[in-house]
Each structure stands twice: as C-alpha cells, then as structure tokens.
Design a binder for this molecule. Structure first.
Ligand SMILES: Cc1ncc(C[n+]2csc(CCOP(=O)(O)OP(=O)(O)O)c2C)c(N)n1
Ligand code: SF4
Ligand SMILES: [Mg+2]
Length: 298
C-alpha cells in the first residue's frame, strides 16, 4: 500500500471517530440515553441465580427453570419451596434455582419428594425430571407416587431422548425417530411404542391436574408458565399430584439448530404428544381454592 493510500485511510478513520464523538455529545444522543425515557418491562426473577447455565443453546431446560422460578417469585413462596433435582442434563438445577433443593438418585425424585412433603406438609414441593429419569428408570416411583396422590408437583421434561448421555432412545422416543441406539429409527415392533405418560397417569385417581405443554414459541411459553403457576397453587388444596409435562427441545441430540428443533416439535412431537390439559380440577375444587382467600393466578 502506498504512502498516499495510507494517509487517506488515516484521514477517513479520523473523520469517522470525529463524527462518532459529535453524535455522542449531541443533545439527541443525551436524550436517547436519558434513563427516564425507559421503564423496566422485564427482569430476571430474583429466584433464579445470576450464573451462567451449562445447557446447550436452544435447550428447553434453561427456559423451564426460569418459568418455575418466575412462578415461585410471583406466588411469593421462595422460602417455602423445595425442589428435587434429577439425574440427566438438569442434574445441576440446584445451581440455578434459588430455593431449597435436594438431589435424588436417577429416577427416585418422586420418592424423595414424597418423604420431604410428608415431613414438611406446608412446603411447596416439586420434582424436575427428564423422560429417561421419570419414564424409564423411575416409572415405578412415578406411578406409585401419583397413585398415592402425593401432594406434590412433578415437572416432566419430555425431549424424547436421554440427553445427558448423548441421545439414546428413551421410552418417549417417537416411532421411527433416529437416536444413537436406534440409528435406523425406533422400530415399534422391537422397542415398543412411545409411552404417553400424561395420559397414563391421568387414569390414576391420585392425579389431580395433568397437562402437556411446550416452550417452542411465545404462546406455548405463556401457557406453560400458567400451568406451573396453577399447579403450584393447587398444592394448597391437598387433593393429589399435579403433573406438568413439557415437550422440551434437545437440539444437540436431535442434531438440529435451535430453530429447527422448534419446528420439529410442531411437525412431529405434538402428533404423538398432543398439547393441552389432560385432567383438570373440578369446579368445586377451584371454589375451595378461592375460599382460601388466595386469588387464582389465572
Ligand atoms: C442408576 C443410573 N443409571 C444410569 C445412569 C446414566 N444416566 C445419566 S442421565 C441418564 C438419562 C437422562 O435422560 P433424561 O432423564 O431424559 O434427561 P435429559 O438429559 O434428556 O434431560 C442416564 C441413563 C445414571 N446416572 N444412574
Ligand atoms: S443435550 Fe439436549 S437436553 Fe442436554 S443440555 Fe443439550 S440440548 Fe439440553
Ligand atoms: Mg430426556
């Protein structure tokens, strides 16, 4: 580059930085930066610790953690909430949720939660479990806990794979879906059919509120939050187990981008796992909730 060209570049740089300085010092810039012009429209819930999470980009776990903690904050029950963390990608949930937490062995979260709730019946107790944890190794605990009508909330993240251990087939893997242990797609004649846990446990008299939601778009996120709020609130009634299943994105093991994983849920997951309420409390129960003096969150 010639000396002439270099001088030209230096001059241009100087012009750009002078223009930038002028803009920063102008009245317009001062007005734009005036704090009074802004109002807070969103804040991270204080119940969610301000630390980096280990989840992959686009993973449902981080978003659902936030929704549970928002619900806890809105209900004002932080000091009275105890969560039970699973084994699976959400094994470190206790590092993110600023409530009392207990780790459970793989699949045993609902048994651990049973003990906690029976000892401390005034606490709001929830488990947080994946499909490998809840529907495979922990299916017996799940069914018996709900059959006993334990007064807890079970949050079930169904991402159709064993996420943490690199994407093996889970009980909820879709028919024909490729995983690391079903590389040609799940063959139902060999491996059986995806288990619809919500429909299964809704048949148990001990289940009180059962719903299946997702977090792949704004409307779905709002519905999931509402479901969690309601389910926590229903613990005041002591009428049985609340079960919130959430179809969760696992872009890494589905070998997709986060956006593709959102579409995969709409195009494939919901065909096997339709979204919506599976079992709702009766009108009398809701009346009783209103009589406790607490407003229903929604
Ligand atoms: C007793 C026992 N068996 C097996 C494992 C290995 N293991 C760790 S996580 C996991 C599956 C987790 O899958 P899931 O519950 O669906 O959670 P995700 O990671 O998908 O959120 C398995 C089989 C273990 N840790 N302990
Ligand atoms: S492997 Fe899947 S479930 Fe686990 S953190 Fe990554 S995206 Fe989430
Ligand atoms: Mg899973």
């Amino acid at each position: 580059m010639s000396a002439e060209e270099l001088t030209l570049i230096e001059k241009t740089d100087k012009n750009i930085s002078e223009e930038a300085d002028a803009l920063t010092n102008s009245d317009a810039a001062v007005n734009i930066c005036d704090a009074d012009e802004y109002s807070v429209v969103y804040e991270r819930p204080h119940t969610l610790l301000d630390v980096n999470m280990h989840y992959c980009p686009g993973c449902a776990h981080s978003l659902v953690h936030k929704l549970i903690m928002e619900a806890v904050e809105e209900l004002g029950i932080q000091e009275d909430t105890i969560g039970v963390a699973p084994v699976g990608c959400a094994v470190f949930a206790y590092d993110y949720m600023n409530v009392d937490m207990q780790e459970a062995a793989h699949g045993r979260a609902t048994a651990v939660a049973t003990g906690i709730k029976r000892l401390l019946p005034d606490k709001y107790v929830f488990t947080y479990q994946g499909d490998g944890d809840l529907a495979a190794i922990g299916i017996a605990e799940t069914i018996h806990t709900i059959n006993r009508g334990e007064n807890i909330l079970i949050v079930f993240i169904n991402n159709a794979v064993y996420g943490m251990t690199s994407g093996q087939m889970a009980p909820t893997t879709l028919a024909g879906m490729k995983t690391t242990t079903s590389p040609f797609g799940r063959d139902t004649s060999v491996y059986g059919y995806p288990i619809k846990v919500s429909e299964l446990i809704s048949q148990l008299p001990g289940s009180f509120y059962v719903t299946r939601q997702a977090v792949n778009k704004n409307t779905a996120v709002r519905k999931t939050k509402k479901a969690i709020l309601n389910a926590l609130n229903y613990q005041k009634l002591n009428k049985g187990t609340c079960f919130v299943e959430i179809i969760g994105n696992c872009p890494s093991n589905w070998k997709m981008t986060p956006l593709e994983s959102n579409d995969f849920i709409d195009e494939h997951m919901v065909k096997t796992f339709p979204l919506g309420d599976v079992k709702l409390p009766g009108a009398e129960d809701l009346k009783q909730l209103n009589q406790t003096g607490d407003k229903q969150p929604c």
